[in-house]
Design a protein around this ligand. Structure first.
Ligand code: G
Ligand code: G
Ligand code: MN
Ligand code: NA
Length: 252
């Protein structure tokens, strides 16, 4: 297929980039980490957002190589920022289902950490509930291996998938990321307010950190702070930025 060929070409010829969105610690107001988000600079179409090619990359299996490129690039970048004396931060990378179920994923990630010199504590992997559902025993095993290597594991888009909450007590998860669909209409929407407050309370009781996504207004942030949310990302602080721009923000 044409799209497969173009994605392969992008892999071979530097057509992918990562943009980085800051994650802000609410108590201190400091940048605690960032989420690495994939961008494809297609020679014909220009900057193509992931929504237009991730699903295809998943189906075709290309996501494994693209995802590995993203992991390596994010780890190398985080190590460079640390070497440059910038404030310490973790980098979060989105993992696809195909990557999660690679038998040698722990070894692959171990090799990337070793090659880049990034401490495992500085790498967070974002997974979704739907990747885990129906495969809980395997997830306990694979995530256990990753956790024992020292990585942080986050559940992305929390609350949007078909899921049972039981996985939260069986899996070695550190972070819940509240999906932006719940954040968008707080504080005015009563139901969303209760859902967000409930997720934060649940996370705190289970000793998980909680990050809110898609925060665009001071009123949203004030509500999250009042409920005890740990950190947030969103346009209120910054959109996802190219590495050089993110670095300027970090150096401020
Ligand atoms: O940045 P943007 O909002 O367009 O990202 C859309 C979605 O694409 C995100 O929700 C994220 O799950 C997915 N995505 C972004 N980067 C990566 C990546 O490196 N690997 C995978 N598997 N998905 C990604
Ligand atoms: O991995 P995940 O599905 O959570 O990806 C987050 C997506 O949300 C990224 O594509 C990013 O560009 C987008 N995003 C980040 N901050 C905001 C925000 O404040 N508002 C909106 N509408 N989208 C955001
Ligand atoms: Mn994400
Ligand atoms: Na999300």
């Amino acid at each position: 297929l044409n799209l497969a060929r173009r994605l392969r070409e992008a892999l071979d010829h530097g057509g992918f980039a990562l943009h980085y969105q800051p994650q802000i610690d609410i108590a201190s107001g400091r940048i605690a980490g960032c989420e690495a988000l994939l961008r494809w600079n297609d020679p014909e179409e220009g900057l193509v957002p992931p929504g237009r090619f991730i699903a295809f990359a998943e189906e075709s299996g290309l996501i494994v190589q693209i995802g590995e490129w993203a992991l390596r690039t994010a780890c190398r970048q985080a190590r460079q920022w640390a070497d440059a004396g910038l404030p310490p931060l973790h980098v979060s990378v989105n993992l696809s289902a195909r990557q999660l179920w690679q038998a040698d994923l722990p070894e692959r990630i171990g090799a990337i950490l070793e090659a880049t010199g990034l401490p495992p504590q500085s790498l967070e992997l974002e997974l979704t509930e739907s990747m885990i559902m129906g495969h809980e025993p395997q997830a306990v095993e694979q995530l256990g291996l990753l956790r024992r290597m020292g990585l942080r594991l986050a559940i992305d888009d929390f609350g949007t998938g078909y899921s049972s909450l039981s996985y939260l007590k069986n899996l070695p998860i550190e972070v819940l990321k509240i999906d932006q669909s719940f954040v968008r209409n707080i504080p005015q929407d009563r139901n969303d307010r209760e859902i967000v407050a409930g997720i934060i309370a649940l996370a705190r009781k289970l000793n998980l950190a909680v990050t809110a996504e898609g925060v665009e207004t001071p009123a949203q942030l004030a509500f999250l702070a009042e409920q005890g949310c740990d950190s947030y990302q969103g346009y209120l602080f910054s959109r996802p930025l190219p590495a050089a721009e993110f670095e300027k923000l970090l150096a401020r």
